[in-house]
Design a protein around this ligand. Sequence first.
Ligand code: 0WD
Length: 254
Amino acid sequence: MGSLLEGKTALILGIANRWSLAYAIGESFRREGARLILTYQGERQRQSVEELAKELGAGRTLACDVSQDEQLVRLAEELQGEDLRAVIHSIAFAERQDLSRPFHQTSRSGFLLAQDISVYSLVSLARALSPLMPSGGSITTLTYLGSNRVIPNYNVMGVAKAALESAVRYLASDLGPQGIRVNAISAGPVKTASARAIKDFTSVLDFVAGRAPLRRNTDPAEVADAAVFLASDLGRGVTGNVLYVDAGFQIMGL
Ligand code: 0WD
């Protein structure tokens, strides 16, 4: 048991199941002494997230579908009086058909949906939650290499991740004077429910394991420990950054 986050309250959005990157982050945050608050997307996920919350020793579990403005307002109301020190935004969504057909066939509605859930949610959460971070703190989101390289079938989500990484920089500039740091972790591919929606995802895992400098895929625990670093005082000088935790794959040309 470490103490890098001892006494700090952390809000984690995006735990869907035990394979979610956000769940691994919850485990690492707990190990380091954080007090956890989790959210669930809707009634459908409520019970399962409450069970996962028990496993993680999380004190509170609150509803938050980021596509609903009124739920963000309610979340902020329910968190009144908390001194949030860390927020994890581990949320993305795109229509399955937009993760398999050619990118130029993306519909307007599919494009806007991916931007709304995967990017605008970070902006709206930063607005709703920054007043609850009076002592300063850290907001961390999850991104992927498909933001600046073409990854087959990642398509509309790659464009969303490019916008997300840009949003991180603008938010870091806005909130820095309040002592709030905003960063992204660019994780290597991990087999989660979201990743399975991407056509031929298993071949991406095989390719990366063969080419990455460390000759293996990314362990969710490695992503989680990087999130601890960013949320802790060890990361106090880091903001507006994209930190790659991908066994080094992003440096390779061929
Ligand atoms: O290879 C991977 N798995 C990588 C994931 C590599 C690099 C980055 N990422 C990113 C994802 O793009 C995402 O931003 O990490 C983040 C977390 O993704 P994950 O852990 O891979 O996937 P998952 O366990 O599915 O969690 C994403 C969750 C949703 O899960 P489902 O499976 O139900 O779609 O995002 C949440 C939901 O819990 N989510 C929402 N939460 C609130 N409101 C909403 C919403 N409207 N939509 C999705």
